[in-house]
Design a protein around this ligand. Structure first.
Ligand SMILES: *[C@@H]1O[C@H](CO)[C@@H](O)[C@H](O)[C@H]1NC(C)=O
Ligand SMILES: *[C@@H]1O[C@H](CO)[C@@H](O)[C@H](O)[C@H]1NC(C)=O
Ligand SMILES: *[C@@H]1O[C@H](CO)[C@@H](O)[C@H](O)[C@H]1NC(C)=O
Ligand SMILES: *[C@@H]1O[C@H](CO)[C@@H](O)[C@H](O)[C@H]1NC(C)=O
Ligand SMILES: *[C@@H]1O[C@H](CO)[C@@H](O)[C@H](O)[C@H]1NC(C)=O
Ligand SMILES: *[C@@H]1O[C@H](CO)[C@@H](O)[C@H](O)[C@H]1NC(C)=O
Ligand SMILES: *[C@@H]1O[C@H](CO)[C@@H](O)[C@H](O)[C@H]1NC(C)=O
Ligand SMILES: *[C@@H]1O[C@H](CO)[C@@H](O)[C@H](O)[C@H]1NC(C)=O
Length: 778
């Protein structure tokens, strides 16, 4: 203790002057060992040390503040490696490597330096540096920060610091602070993509340049600087006293970032000079899955959902798990073995698979109880978002109206008797046998499919691994100039649609489709942005992804992922060779139905496509994707009201359009029905060259169907008659004249998947034919 006091006195009297014995010039064949007098190399001032410090039952190697207790660790070598024992040594070898040798003789490299080092130094800035013979820096610890930054250290674009497990365990924790390319400084949980839904702090400086860095001055000034030396943003104001006071900046294990100071003269405690304005419950993932954070008097506290216990008591981040065995659920026996418990005023990440709108809380409870897939529902003023577990990022917010309704099993503790194991074994046996049988069947089917040797094999392409952008990437704002570059001045046109022209572009190595909207859509900057946001929030494998947009003057452009295999129209109608087989066509139909169902029922904002047709279905590497959705709204602010003009494309347009009746999702169902007929028959809905009776596809199908002659419809392809009939029945339901008779897209999908009965379609009234004739004549 005396030596520490003396040491601090030294520091105090000659603040950062050189101490008597400096060991900052570290030469080859120097070594350290944890229990000897030389367990670390000090910086000239004696403030910082590189060497061993106690960690758990053993020792770790790193940089820490010497003489300040409790020890403050700044940096750790290989932070996730287990601690070493007292017999370990750090060696600066004669061939210029810095290694850690365990007592068993195992060697690990301390630095990632490639060349051979000539000398090393622990600098007064807290930077540990290796030099080559010429004295230039070969490697420095400042380039590899763990959770702390020191004054003069910088966090460069693309770099991040990651919190520690706790104040005493410096292994990789669960929060990170990233200096993003693009200029934004953002905090996320670890193991998440760099996208907005995961962030819990941002400096709001995105788009300010590529090489923006986080800088830290000795006076506690933290700021973002761009390459031309322009201060983009001050994080802290700086200007704090520097005489005998030192600062460190750290992302703490609770996920908050803080600027600390320590007064060397008053050997007191570290004090927090600044912290981000985040609430203690802001850091996402603090409570793990199925837990939620409650802020009691500026202290975060995690709790589990009702019916859940902590996975590891004391470790919040590990989350919570059910403390009951889930009974098998059968649709219909609602409430038999479950009840619903509510967690009020709590916010969650909404990851719902289905939304029941305009219901009350009891309705929401009931809806969840009756749905075997529903494990929890988030209810907020009218909307019931049905979810599967786990729930993420939960936190109590007294002012928030959201309640989580949790399905909880009626107290049935774990079944511990002997039978269970046997049953489980029987289950496994049965499951294995089923899987084996299933495997054989699949193999047989695959063989048959492969033997058919078709040119455009949907199934085969489907198996390729899908590579894509990060899933939740929000659409990026591009400048017009950027898109000019991307498309090589709009050189290669790849299509023209109802809203504008599509050009091919290249971003990095990724091909994109850039859609330039017609000028008539130029008004309404706000509407455009709102719409882009709505479209940008859609994420479904059967929807073409919106990657970005541009809005400059009267220019409105949308950047989509590029679909390499053309449109469904190309595939169906262009040539006989490209035509997919029946099974593949039905899979395409189901894919499209899934996409439309998502637009209708699962988006945050319901989207009516209004222009479903084969030209708007694009064929990706392995699946069909719907394009051009969400755009109809740009032409008309309120979709639920009657449209003033007819949108959509002739032939696919539902009869209510012509009658000025309100247009609902059922208009899409109609268009889907017409397209399904085209998919079934591999011909366009209108073929004027065909004999008069056959020219209009839906009339021709109706005639064949009601006369019991459906075999006339499939050309010479071998198709199971029942399957063909089922598909036609679905299509005929979809094109019912009365929108109310048309099934929902969900039902359509169930019918196409064979999991719902398909009743006989309604017998068409003659007025349909009149309407159709109108379309042809008009
Ligand atoms: C470090 O020590 C070596 C050997 O004593 C000497 O050659 C070298 O110049 C010293 N370097 C510095 C930076 O003092
Ligand atoms: C450690 O240093 C003290 C005081 O400087 C000295 O008395 C002691 O012998 C040293 N121990 C070793 C193992 O070098
Ligand atoms: C630090 O935490 C990690 C993860 O919980 C654990 O595996 C490791 O053993 C801990 N280390 C020490 C020294 O307690
Ligand atoms: C840095 O920011 C200034 C002011 O915004 C800007 O004029 C300059 O172009 C930026 N430099 C870079 C390299 O982006
Ligand atoms: C950013 O830094 C990288 C690497 O130093 C360099 O290649 C790039 O041109 C820089 N970008 C800008 C906009 O300065
Ligand atoms: C940042 O702070 C410095 C003083 O620390 C001040 O001179 C400068 O104007 C500030 N810059 C911005 C962008 O706020
Ligand atoms: C430092 O912190 C400890 C415990 O938190 C407290 O007891 C002590 O009074 C503090 N010392 C100073 C100088 O603030
Ligand atoms: C499960 O946890 C709840 C508290 O959330 C408790 O009331 C219930 O008794 C527990 N059930 C079992 C079987 O442990």
């Amino acid at each position: 203790m005396a030596s520490i006091t003396c040491f601090l006195f030294l520091l105090a009297s000659a603040s950062l002057a050189k101490a008597q014995e400096t060991r900052s010039n570290i030469t080859k064949s120097s070594s350290l060992s944890p229990t000897s007098n030389s367990s670390s190399w000090l910086s000239p001032s004696g403030l910082y040390a590189f060497g061993f410090y106690p960690q758990g039952q053993g020792y770790a190697v790193g940089i820490f503040l010497a003489g300040i207790l409790p020890r403050t660790v700044i940096w750790t070598v290989n932070r996730d490696n287990p601690p070493v024992s007292a017999g370990a040594t750090v060696l600066f070898t004669n061939d210029g490597r810095l290694i850690l040798r365990s007592s068993q003789g195992q060697e690990t490299s301390i630095t990632s330096a490639t060349g051979s080092a000539y000398s090393a130094s622990m600098l007064d800035s807290g930077n540990f540096v290796l030099y080559d013979p010429k004295g230039s820096v070969l490697w420095e610890s400042f380039d590899y920060p763990t959770d702390t930054l020191l004054p003069t250290q910088r966090l460069l674009a693309g770099q991040q610091i990651i919190s520690s497990i706790s104040g005493t365990n410096h292994s990789t924790g669960i929060f990170r602070l990233k200096m993003q390319n693009g200029g934004n400084l953002v905090q996320y949980p670890v193991n998440t993509p760099d996208t907005a839904p995961y962030s819990y702090y941002t400096s709001w400086t995105g788009g300010t340049g590529d090489n923006v860095s986080l800088n830290f001055d000795v006076d506690g000034h933290l700021f973002l600087l761009n390459t031309t030396g322009y201060v983009i943003k001050n994080i802290t104001s700086g200007g704090l006293p520097t005489n005998s006071i030192i600062y460190i900046f750290r992302i703490d294990s609770d996920g908050l970032m803080r600027l600390y100071s320590y007064d060397l003269n008053q050997k007191g405690n570290w004090s927090v000079v600044w912290r981000s304005r985040s609430d203690e419950c802001d850091p996402k993932g603090l409570c793990g899955l199925n837990g939620f954070c409650v802020n009691n008097d500026q202290q975060a506290n995690c709790q589990c959902l009702p019916g859940f216990d902590f996975v590891e008591p004391g470790n919040w981040a590990a989350g919570c798990e059910r403390n009951f065995t889930a009974e098998t659920c059968k649709t219909g026996d609602a409430g038999a073995s479950y009840i619903i418990q509510a967690v009020d005023s709590t916010l969650w990440e909404d990851d719902s698979y289905s939304v029941v709108s305009s219901t009350d809380k009891d309705g929401c409870k009931q809806a969840c109880l009756e749905d075997c897939n529903c494990e929890a529902a988030l209810y907020n003023g009218g909307n019931c978002n049905k979810q599967r577990l786990p729930l993420r990022y939960g936190r109590r917010l007294v002012t928030d109206p959201t309640s989580a309704l949790i399905k909880v099993g009626i107290a049935k503790p774990f079944n511990t008797n002997q039978n269970k194991k046997e049953i489980t074994r029987m289950d496994i046996l049965f499951l294995s046998l089923s899987l084996l049988a299933f495997g054989f069947v699949m193999m047989a089917i695959s063989l048959v499919l492969i033997c058919k040797n078709n040119v455009w094999s949907y199934q085969r392409i489907r198996k390729k691994i899908e590579v894509g952008l990060a899933k939740d990437q929000a659409p990026r704002l591009f400048t017009y100039a950027e898109l000019e570059l991307v498309t090589d001045s709009f050189k290669e046109q790849i299509g023209r649609g109802a809203f504008g022209t599509v050009y091919k572009g290249l971003i990095g190595e990724k091909m994109v489709a850039v859609k330039r909207l017609d000028k008539r859509l130029a008004e309404g900057e706000r509407e455009f942005q709102t719409e882009v946001e709505v479209i940008g929030r859609t994420h479904h494998r059967n929807l073409v992804r919106l990657l970005g947009y541009c809005m400059e003057g009267t220019n409105r452009l949308l950047v989509y992922e590029y679909m390499s295999n053309g449109s469904l129209a190309n595939v169906l109608f262009d040539s006989l060779e490209s035509r997919p087989f029946w099974e593949e066509r039905m899979e395409i139909a189901r894919d499209i139905a899934r996409g439309v169902q998502y637009l209708h029922e699962e988006c945050e904002t319901q989207i009516i496509h209004c222009d479903i047709k084969p030209q708007n279905i694009l064929m990706g590497e392995n699946r069909a994707k719907i394009s051009d959705f969400g755009l109809a709204k740009l032409l008309n602010a309120d979709q639920t009201r009657t449209f003033t003009g007819i949108r959509g494309t002739r032939g696919y347009v539902a009869p209510e359009w012509h009658r000025n009746q309100p247009v609902t999702v059922k208009a899409d169902v109609y268009s889907f029905g017409i397209m399904l007929l085209e998919i079934i028959c591999c011909r366009k809905s209108l073929e004027l060259e065909f004999p008069e009776r056959e020219a209009i596809l839906e009339e021709w199908v109706c005639e064949c169907f009601w006369n019991g002659e459906i075999e006339k419809l499939n050309g010479d392809e071998m198709v199971d008659e029942d399957e063909l009939k089922a598909a036609i029945k679905v299509a005929l339901w979809c094109i019912s004249e009365d929108p109310l008779l048309r099934p929902t897209m969900k039902r359509v999908l169930l019918m196409l998947e064979g999991s719902a009965q398909i009743p006989m379609p309604p017998i068409p009234s003659s007025s349909i034919f009149t309407d159709k004739s109108f379309v042809v004549i008009a």
